[in-house]
Design a protein around this ligand. Structure first.
Ligand code: ADP
Ligand code: MG
Length: 246
């Protein structure tokens, strides 16, 4: 397994957010996390990226325990990219500088090599002409694609995407989804939290339904979204359908 989360627990001030969560992700697999707001999707992604420290359990990447306190989190984050709903680009820096900042400053990689890699990615996603632009000169969809490139420039083993289309105007969602679909075609392993059930259905190999900090049900998208076993999954999907999002 590329990623193995076992009995992961996280409590915030008495609020149990991850309650013995287990999740395995194989190389090249795309797993969509679905579940009600507050079910722990973002917390799980943050724990995997070591932005949030777990209370108990283990998280393994390529068989090595990354939640071991001895592990340098910067080395782990180089192998695990995380992209947020809000793009978090620095407004005072160009697109290219936003992308190359962490690899050169934090990870001490050669600036020239990093710039080359950044430009290669920007070309692939059709944003090479924006390299010298500032984020506010880009559409939301373009900014989010830059944020994804920033996560890719370290050639991560795993890409975590947290509701990356939620802040976008509907007409800009498509270009970001296309980029994610292309990454899947290239074999990128991804875990994505999403409210876009239609997209989960199209792109995910497996859908995992989170409920109260555990994976309550998981399986192929057709099964989990089309014919769920658990009453709570059914309830959740009924609400989604009522809201017109499936
Ligand atoms: P989801 O992404 O599924 O909506 P989250 O992981 O964001 O769920 O949140 C799960 C719960 O954890 C929520 O009740 C939220 O308020 C709480 N939570 C998340 N981060 C923190 C934090 N840093 N401090 C306190 N509570 C938090
Ligand atoms: Mg969230």
């Amino acid at each position: 397994m590329l990623l193995s989360c076992t009995d992961v627990r996280k409590t915030f001030g008495g609020n149990v957010v991850l309650d013995g969560l287990d999740l395995e992700v194989a190389e090249h697999e795309v797993v969509a996390l679905i579940g009600a707001s507050g079910s722990g999707k973002s917390t799980l992604l943050r724990c995997v990226n070591l932005l949030t420290e777990i209370d108990d359990g283990t998280i393994l990447l390529d068989g090595a325990e990354i939640t071991d306190p001895q592990v340098n989190p910067d080395l782990v984050r180089r192998k695990i990219g995380l992209v947020f709903q809000s793009f978090n680009l620095f407004p005072h820096m160009t697109v290219l500088d936003n992308i190359t900042l962490a690899p050169t400053r934090v990870h001490k990689r050669a600036a020239a090599e990093t710039r080359d890699q950044a430009m290669t990615w920007l070309e692939r996603v059709g944003l090479a002409d924006k390299a010298k632009a500032f984020p506010d000169g880009l559409s939301g969809g373009q900014q989010q694609r830059v944020a994804i490139v920033r996560a890719l420039v370290n050639s991560p083993r795993l890409l975590l995407l947290d509701e990356v289309t939620s802040a976008l105007d509907p007409e800009l969602v498509g270009e970001v989804l296309t980029m994610i679909r292309d990454l899947k075609a290239e074999g990128m392993t991804m875990v994505l939290a999403t409210h876009e059930m239609g997209f989960a259905k199209q792109v995910a190999d497996r859908v995992a339904f989170l409920d109260n900090g555990r994976v309550l049900e998981q399986g192929p998208p057709e099964q989990v979204l089309g014919d769920p076993v658990e009453p709570r999954t059914r309830q959740f999907l009924t609400r989604i359908i009522e809201a017109g999002r499936l």
